[in-house]
Design a binder for this molecule. Structure first.
Ligand SMILES: [Mg+2]
Length: 479
C-alpha cells in the first residue's frame, strides 16, 4: 500500500436534491425529496433539510411523505444530473488520468498518478482546490476524502460530509477503524452485518480480533479473507480509469416498474433487437454485450459479456443479454432496462448509455449525444407535467411544474439566477405552456468574460451542447 494519502474520493453532497435547489430559488434551505412519485416509488436523494425529518435514500415515498409532508417532491431529471456530472468528471480528469467514476456523483482519483500530489500537504491542497473549482463551475458542493487506499478515502469522504475534506494520515488507519461499526466496511450490508452481530462482532476492531480463520468460517472464503484484510486497513485495489467506450446502446424507462420476470425478459429481448438494428444501420459489429438494469430503488447495475468475435446477429445479442439478465436480481421491480454492444471498430461515444433517460424512440436512429428533447415530446393532448420539470410560458417565461392534477398544472416562474418566483395555475392543455430544457445552474459568462485568474483549475470552455437551446430565457449574471 502506498505511504502517502494520494487517493482521493469525491462525493457530491445530496447531489440530485442539491441540483434541484440550485435550479429553483424557492427550494433553497427547504426539504426536497427526489425520487419516484408513483405508488411504489422510493426516495433517490433528499436534501439535508429533509434528512432532519428522518427521510433517507431508498425509503418508500409514502413513508417519506408521512415524515415530511411539507417537503417538495420532485421527479428526477437525469439528463440534467448527467450534464453536471460530466462537468465534475472533467475537473477530476484535469487532476489525473486515473479517474474511476462510481456513479454520477462519485469517483476515485489517483492524485499521485496525475503528478499533482506526493505527500499529505500537496494532497490536501489539491483536494481543496478541487472543491473550490467544483463550486465555481457547478455552483454545488462536494466532499473529499483523502487516504492511502480506496476504502479509506471513501470512509473519509463520508466523514467529511457535507461540504468538507477529511484526510486520513497514513499510519493512523487501524486505530481509526477499530471502534467503527462493521457496516463501515465495503461489502458489509444489513445481512452480513446481522450475521456478524450474531457471532458477537459489531466493530471493525472485533473483526481483527476474531482472526482470519473465524471470518472465513463465518462468511466463506472469498468474503472472509477480503473483510479481514479490510479490517486491518489493507486495501491494494488500484484506481482504474474508465476506458473509452465504443458502443451502440438503447434503453427504456418505464412509467410503472416492471415486476414480472417474464416481462423483463421480453423487454430485454426487444431492446437487444433494437440495439442490433442500430448497430447494423451504422454498419458496425461488436464483441461485448452490456445489460443495464435500474431497479425500483434507483440502484443501477451493468453486466457485460465479451464474445470470442464481433457480432451483429440479433439472436446472439439476445441470448447474451438473456444470460446477463439471469445474474441480476429484479425482485422489487425494474424501472429502466438497457442493452448495448461495445468493442466496435469505428465508433466513439463517451458514455455507453449517454442518451436521455426519456428516450423511447423506436426507430433505429443514429446514436447522437443528447438527442434534442423536442423529438420525444408528446403531443399536447397526451403530455404530462412531472413535478419539478421545466416549462416555458410564451409570456411568463421559464418556470417549473410545482404540481398537477384535475386538469390543471401549477407552475412557479423562476430560474437558477432569479429571485423566488411567483406561482400560476393553468389548464393542462394550455397552448401557451410547453415543456422546456433545464437551464445551466451557473450562468454562462457574458461574451466569454475572462475567468477569475485565481481559479485553481481550467474551466470547461462551455456548457454541454444540450443546453444551447435552453428556451431563450436570458441567462443574466447572478445577483
Ligand atoms: Mg453523493
Amino acid at each position: 500500500m502506498r505511504t502517502a494519502p494520494t487517493i482521493l474520493h469525491l462525493d457530491m453532497d445530496a447531489f440530485f436534491a442539491s441540483v434541484e435547489q440550485a435550479s429553483k430559488p424557492s427550494l433553497r434551505g427547504k426539504a426536497v425529496v427526489v425520487g419516484g412519485l408513483g405508488p411504489r416509488g422510493v426516495v433517490a436523494t433528499c436534501s439535508y433539510e429533509a434528512r432532519v425529518f428522518g427521510v433517507h435514500s431508498a425509503m418508500p415515498m409514502g413513508q417519506a411523505r408521512r415524515l415530511a409532508p411539507h417537503a417538495a417532491y420532485l421527479v428526477p431529471r437525469f439528463e440534467l444530473y448527467r450534464s453536471i456530472s460530466e462537468q465534475v468528471m472533467r475537473l477530476l480528469r484535469e487532476l489525473s488520468p486515473l479517474v474511476e467514476p462510481l456513479s454520477l456523483d462519485e469517483a476515485f482519483v489517483d492524485l499521485e498518478a496525475g503528478g499533482v500530489a506526493r505527500d499529505a500537504e500537496s494532497a490536501r491542497g489539491a483536494g481543496e482546490k478541487l472543491r473550490a473549482a467544483i463550486r465555481t463551475v457547478t455552483g454545488l458542493t462536494g466532499s473529499v476524502g483523502l487516504a492511502a487506499s480506496k476504502m479509506l478515502a471513501k470512509i473519509a469522504s463520508e466523514q467529511a460530509k457535507p461540504d468538507g475534506l477529511v484526510l486520513i494520515p497514513p499510519g493512523t488507519e487501524r486505530a481509526m477503524l477499530e471502534p467503527m461499526t462493521v457496516r463501515t466496511l465495503p461489502g458489509v450490508g444489513p445481512a452480513t452485518g446481522d450475521h456478524l452481530r450474531r457471532a458477537g462482532i459489531t466493530t471493525v476492531g472485533e473483526i481483527a480480533e476474531a482472526g482470519e480463520d473465524e471470518l472465513v468460517r463465518l462468511l466463506g472464503k472469498a468474503h472472509g479473507h477480503a473483510l479481514y484484510a479490510m479490517a486491518l486497513a489493507r486495501d491494494e485495489r488500484p484506481v482504474v480509469a474508465e476506458r473509452e467506450t465504443k458502443s451502440v446502446s438503447v434503453e427504456d424507462t418505464y412509467d410503472v416498474d416492471i415486476h414480472d420476470r417474464v416481462r423483463v425478459g421480453v423487454e430485454v429481448g426487444r431492446l437487444a433487437d433494437r440495439c442490433v438494428r442500430r448497430l447494423r444501420a451504422s454498419g458496425l459489429s461488436g464483441r461485448t454485450i452490456v445489460l443495464k438494469v435500474r431497479r425500483y430503488d434507483f440502484s443501477t447495475l451493468t453486466r457485460s459479456e465479451t464474445l470470442r468475435g464481433p457480432t451483429d446477429d440479433p439472436a446472439v445479442v439476445r441470448e447474451a443479454a438473456a444470460r446477463l439478465l439471469d445474474s441480476v436480481d429484479t425482485t422489487g421491480g425494474v424501472r429502466l432496462l438497457g442493452v448495448g454492444v461495445s468493442g466496435l471498430a469505428d465508433y466513439t461515444q463517451e458514455d455507453l448509455f449517454a442518451q436521455a433517460a426519456g428516450d423511447r424512440a423506436e426507430e433505429p436512429a443514429e446514436e447522437t449525444e443528447a438527442e434534442p428533447a423536442e423529438e420525444h415530446r408528446p403531443s399536447p393532448a397526451e403530455r404530462r407535467w412531472p413535478a419539478g420539470h421545466d416549462v416555458r410560458h410564451t409570456e411568463l417565461g421559464h418556470g417549473w411544474v410545482q404540481g398537477s392534477g384535475l386538469g390543471r398544472v401549477t407552475v412557479r416562474f423562476e430560474t437558477p439566477y432569479s429571485q423566488v418566483g411567483r406561482v400560476r395555475t393553468f389548464p393542462v392543455d394550455d397552448p401557451e405552456l410547453s415543456p422546456a430544457d433545464p437551464l445551466p445552474l451557473v450562468a454562462e459568462p457574458e461574451g466569454g468574460a475572462a475567468q477569475p485568474s485565481s481559479l485553481p483549475l481550467p474551466l470547461p470552455a462551455s456548457l454541454p451542447k444540450s443546453w444551447s437551446g435552453g428556451g431563450g430565457a436570458a441567462a443574466t449574471s447572478k445577483p
